[in-house]
Design a protein around this ligand. Structure first.
Ligand code: SF4
Length: 227
């Protein structure tokens, strides 16, 4: 498919699904895209999308970038959700050893160059994971941050279709879904972490503050580079 045809397809899908619920959208993309994967951080709100996927296709590949700086609570949470939701195809991607040796041999690059650190530990591994994938699902929501306020349900990025089935969902709707299905909470939520990434770049947030304000706090950085 040419670039123009891809753009037209994305526009058509955004129009077609603008009022659809997330489950309907996921059922469609699961049938439509033969090489499809979900990318999950197993963070604070990840259980909702993972639960929806488990209802549509528990064998769908779920890609997890283990940066080497992940909270042990997140790794435990991944195991809990994997078992509870009966997800059978979680795939873990690690940073390339040669890149680590070259750019971050002491594991402290996050202190001096967060963009390079994110590139080595997240962006490059994700590019590797998506090499043979034509469409991927992300859990981003518009309410999460001003930088995410306009995200569409479908977008085209590097000739791959990125699907954001929860883009339109509100925080209240997600909480209701999690309560209805009795989904386990990430253990760090009750410790004041509403958005959870790597240990050195995630801080607790005061009640009422922007949930993502604890990510790279004090830096002019709001995304890791994979979005
Ligand atoms: S979030 Fe921080 S520790 Fe994690 S990859 Fe990015 S800069 Fe490195």
């Amino acid at each position: 498919m040419t670039y123009l045809e891809q753009v037209q397809k994305v526009q058509k899908l955004n129009e077609e699904f603008k009022n659809a619920d997330s489950l309907t959208l996921l059922k469609y993309v699961n049938e439509e895209f033969k090489s499809l994967a979900l990318v999950s951080s197993f963070g604070a709100e990840s259980a909702i999308l993972l639960h929806l996927i488990s209802r549509v296709n528990p064998e769908l590949p779920v890609f997890f970038m283990d940066t080497g700086k992940i909270f042990s609570q997140t790794l435990d949470y991944k195991k809990t959700l994997e078992k509870q939701l009966k997800l059978t195809n979680i795939q873990i991607f690690h940073p390339d050893e040669a890149q680590l040796s070259l750019h971050d041999p002491k594991g402290i690059k996050h202190k001096t160059d967060t963009n390079l650190c994110c590139y080595i530990r997240k962006v490059e591994p994700l590019a590797r994971a998506l090499k043979n994938i034509s469409a991927w699902i992300s859990g981003r929501k518009r309410f999460q941050a001003a930088s995410r306020a306009d995200i569409p349900l479908f977008e085209l990025e590097n000739m791959k279709i990125k699907i954001n089935p929860l883009a339109n969902s509100s925080a209240e709707e997600l909480s209701e879904y999690a309560a209805l299905h009795e989904l386990p909470e990430h253990p760090l939520l009750k410790e004041g972490y509403p958005s959870i990434g790597c240990i050195p770049c995630t801080s607790p947030v005061k009640k009422g503050d922007n949930p993502r304000s604890g990510r790279w706090a004090g830096l002019d950085k709001t995304e890791c580079g994979i979005h």
